[in-house]
Design a protein around this ligand. Structure first.
Ligand code: HEM
Length: 192
């Protein structure tokens, strides 16, 4: 029933992250090849909108909104944050003029990676504790005995779930930096 650690967790993580890097390089290459660098400049907008859209899941999770299946919304959150980040990465390209947007990009990278690591580590730990429970139940232990036996693993699992909260402060840093960049660009464009 248990996947191997490599196939079940490390491989998907590496593939997803590698795909993000490869798609960024490919997108940047295509834009430069066809003289469409200006498209990249505007790609920051749909990218940002996708990331903002992905926050609907966070509202649903905290019950600020009540419509939508949380499980489906979680998949949508992961997908739209990933795609939005890809667009923003292509948008950032390899131009270095300003420091603020690059700090925002680094914070975004930490955010995406923390989300992915959190998801994958947490899944693995959950599977592990569940597997242990089943194992002890099959051996005929009573319910309190099973809980006793998995106690420390369950505590570790709880600690990992707390670790997930790191994802949110990093997001706040990212949001503040990105907002600074966006407001300064909008001022420059005369949009505000
Ligand atoms: C509404 C959304 C956004 C708009 C309209 C926007 C617009 C722009 C524009 C016009 C530039 C070119 C500045 C220049 O050539 O000096 C730029 C550069 C850049 N943007 Fe954005 N952006 C947006 C969102 C974001 C986000 C969310 C990030 C990162 C998290 C980001 C990261 C960058 C980076 C790294 C650069 C390159 C800076 C450089 O040349 O050194 N942008 N953006």
């Amino acid at each position: 029933m248990k996947h191997s650690l490599w196939r079940g967790h490390v491989l998907p993580f590496t593939v997803l992250l590698g795909l993000l890097a490869a798609a960024t390089l490919a997108g940047d290459f295509v834009l430069h090849r066809f003289n469409l660098v200006w498209v990249g400049r505007y790609m920051g907008i749909p990218g940002t909108l996708l990331i903002i859209g992905s926050l609907y899941y966070s509202l649903r999770k905290r019950k600020y909104v009540t419509s939508g299946n949380p499980k489906t919304l979680l998949s949508l959150h992961e997908f739209s944050a990933w795609l939005g980040s890809l667009m923003v990465l292509i948008h950032a390209g390899i131009h270095f003029n300003a420091i603020l947007p690059w700090l925002a990009t680094v914070a975004m990278g930490v955010n995406v990676i923390s989300g992915m690591v959190g998801k994958m580590l947490l899944n693995r730990a959950r599977e592990h504790v569940q597997g242990e429970r089943e194992h002890f139940q099959l051996r005929g232990l009573s319910k309190p005995e099973v809980e006793q036996a998995v106690f420390w693993d369950a505590v570790a699992l709880g600690a990992m779930a707390q670790w997930r909260k790191v994802h949110i402060p990093i997001f706040v840093v990212f949001a503040v930096l990105a907002l600074g960049h966006i407001v300064s660009i909008f001022l420059f464009w005369g949009w505000v």
